[in-house]
Ligand binder design. Structure first.
Ligand code: PEP
Length: 257
């Protein structure tokens, strides 16, 4: 079964809404129909830019998806500073990062919290991008697969097979995020395959075949084609390089298989 690659640009805490509009316009200019036919291309701006970017995508009918970097698991309530899944749906957001390693490390997102977010995003009709990955120490200790397996199992707890098949898992080794170090294409392929294997154990082979597993961690124009050419790698979650329209467009083009 062929899975459509997903290339998502996580802008993190960069760009105000005016800069965001300019970046999306440059990106749209750099992409060709063959790029957006071959892959789902998604931008993931900060919350403050979602409305402007959403309006631009809608108004100009740009073939881009919109994602959010996080959300709360409740629909509404006394959660000062938080953003709920229905609020994102209203802005035509269709993907939400859940458990990005920066959220896990800096904001205390535990596996349980990440699971609540995954379920809330699915319940609202959006697609979670469940981020998993081991630290340097865990890899050195030979625990990479075990760590990622635990994160995938915990993230999908209570998610039924039909919904699990629609989601995206981003394998992002923590040591590769924002560091310029990239997993070898062989390692990325093996770890994405391992994630798919865990999904197969939790559900069945059909779900495992449908779930998309991305690689993330210092994906750049120079390494994208090799990574994206691997059979288990269904796209990329891109941080730093997604802030440059031309670089991100080159990565998107590399997804044409
Ligand atoms: C990320 O933020 O998910 C990421 C992979 O960042 P970078 O591409 O900068 O390593």
């Amino acid at each position: 079964m062929s899975r459509t690659p997903l290339i998502a640009g996580n802008w993190k805490m960069h760009l105000d809404h005016l800069e965001a509009i300019a970046l999306v316009q440059r990106l749209a200019y750099s992409l060709e129909p063959a790029d957006t036919d071959a892959a789902d291309i998604v931008v993931v701006p900060p919350f403050t830019a979602l409305r402007s970017v959403s309006t631009l995508i809608e108004g100009d009918r740009l073939p881009l998806g919109l994602g959010a970097q996080d959300c709360h698991w409740e629909s509404a309530g006394a959660y000062t500073g938080a953003i709920s899944p229905p609020m994102l749906v209203k802005l035509r957001v269709s993907y939400v990062l859940c458990g990005h390693s920066e959220r896990r490390a800096l904001f205390g997102d535990t596996d349980e919290v990440v699971n609540r977010k995954v379920r809330a995003v699915l319940a609202a009709g959006m697609t979670p991008i469940l981020c998993v990955g081991e630290t340097d120490e865990q890899r050195e200790a030979g625990d990479a697969e075990a760590v990622v397996t635990t994160q995938v199992r915990a993230g999908l707890s209570g998610v039924d097979a039909a919904r699990a098949a629609t989601l995206v898992v981003a394998y992002e080794p923590v040591w590769a995020i924002g560091t310029g170090k990239t997993a070898t294409s062989d390692d990325a392929d093996a770890m994405c395959g391992s994630v798919r294997g865990v999904v197969g154990e939790l559900y069945d082979g059909g779900v495992a075949e449908r779930v998309r597993v991305q690689y993330g961690g210092s994906v750049k124009p120079g390494n994208a084609a090799d990574l994206l050419g691997r059979p288990q790698v269904d796209g990329a979650l891109v941080g730093g390089a997604s802030l440059d329209a031309e670089d991100f467009a080159v990565i998107c083009k590399a997804a044409r298989r």
